[in-house]
Design a protein around this ligand. Structure first.
Ligand SMILES: Nc1ncnc2c1ncn2[C@@H]1O[C@H](COP(=O)(O)OP(=O)(O)OP(=O)(O)O)[C@@H](O)[C@H]1O
Length: 281
């Protein structure tokens, strides 16, 4: 979609659980704007409302959840799009990498079919296969063409997570909502997929909502940070500034827990006594 409007805007968004599930407010009066080419990190403890926020942006909250306020996609409120039509936004406009790769893939669909789902209908069969293979390779599934023939059961959790990311990125979305998309990945693969996302941000101006428990990752991969607690925004601002000077006691304690153990410099594998320098002393 070629447009100069704001890709994603939330205006006083609140979400309440169905009465049968307790009728509790799980997201409270949230407003934000995500510009083209911007990466927004969402952090907060388990149950703070991160996934609910992602699903609300996609218009995919389960039936019975009530929503107050508005989600605007390129200036159009989701309210004006019938629930049955919202899937049309998936792919080229909104990309989604859900939190649970095991549940998100259809066991009866090949990997090729998953990646092809969000691609433009105008592409030929060969073009689809080529694009799918390219993106599967880009996320580190080296032999993209062979992977396409497989079914989800044949893949590990980390491979499934990468299939979901490849499927979302292959459609070249304006906004990518990635919910805990690195949990099953080893550190090298995590770096690979994060730099792939950053590349799409720079090259195409893709906007990203990055939901994660990994504060260290969010601190270096996002431009802006929003911290949720019990569904309420307790901190929101430029990532570097927020991390350097957190104003809420909650973020201060999260940072103390998450960053305290991160080594500031690579650790030497050997004690000084065993190094060449020490031997030559
Ligand atoms: N389908 C549902 N039925 C009942 N309660 C729900 C449902 N989905 C979410 N909730 C509740 O809404 C609150 C927010 O849940 P949400 O999944 O958004 O949290 P989260 O921050 O993403 O957590 P996590 O980090 O564990 O994924 C939680 O208290 C959760 O129990």
């Amino acid at each position: 979609m070629t447009t100069h409007t704001t890709p994603l805007r939330l205006e006083n968004l609140s979400v309440t659980l169905p009465q049968a599930a307790g009728g509790r407010v799980v997201l409270s009066d949230l407003s934000l704007e995500l510009r083209a080419g911007e990466v927004l990190g969402i952090v907060g403890e388990s149950g703070s409302g991160k996934t609910t926020l992602g699903l609300a942006c996609l218009g995919l909250l389960p039936q019975g959840f009530s929503v107050a306020g508005d989600v605007y996609i390129h200036g159009t409120t989701l309210r004006s799009v019938a629930p049955g039509q919202r899937y049309r936004l998936r792919g080229r406009v909104l990309g989604y990498v859900p939190q649970e790769p095991m549940k998100a893939l259809n066991p009866g669909m090949s990997i090729a079919a998953h990646v092809a789902e969000g691609l433009p209908a105008t592409l030929t069969r060969a073009e689809r296969a080529e694009r799918a293979a390219r993106w599967l390779a880009a996320v580190g599934l080296a032999d993209g063409l062979s992977v396409q023939k497989l079914y989800p059961h044949a893949l590990s959790g980390g491979q499934r997570q990468r299939v979901l990311l490849a499927a979302a990125l292959a459609a070249e979305p304006d906004v990518l909502i990635a919910d805990e998309f690195t949990t099953a990945l080893d550190p090298a693969t995590r770096e690979l997929v994060v730099s792939l996302i950053r590349e799409q941000v720079q090259v195409r101006g893709m906007s990203v909502v990055m939901i994660s428990h990994d504060l260290e990752l969010v601190a270096r991969a996002t431009d802006r940070l929003l911290v949720l607690r019990h569904g309420v925004c307790v901190e929101h601002g430029e990532t570097k500034a927020v991390i350097a000077q957190p104003s809420s006691p909650y973020l201060q304690s999260l940072l103390a827990l998450s960053l305290h153990f991160t080594p500031r410099a690579p650790l030497s594998l050997f004690p000084r006594a065993m190094t060449e320098e020490a031997l030559n002393d």
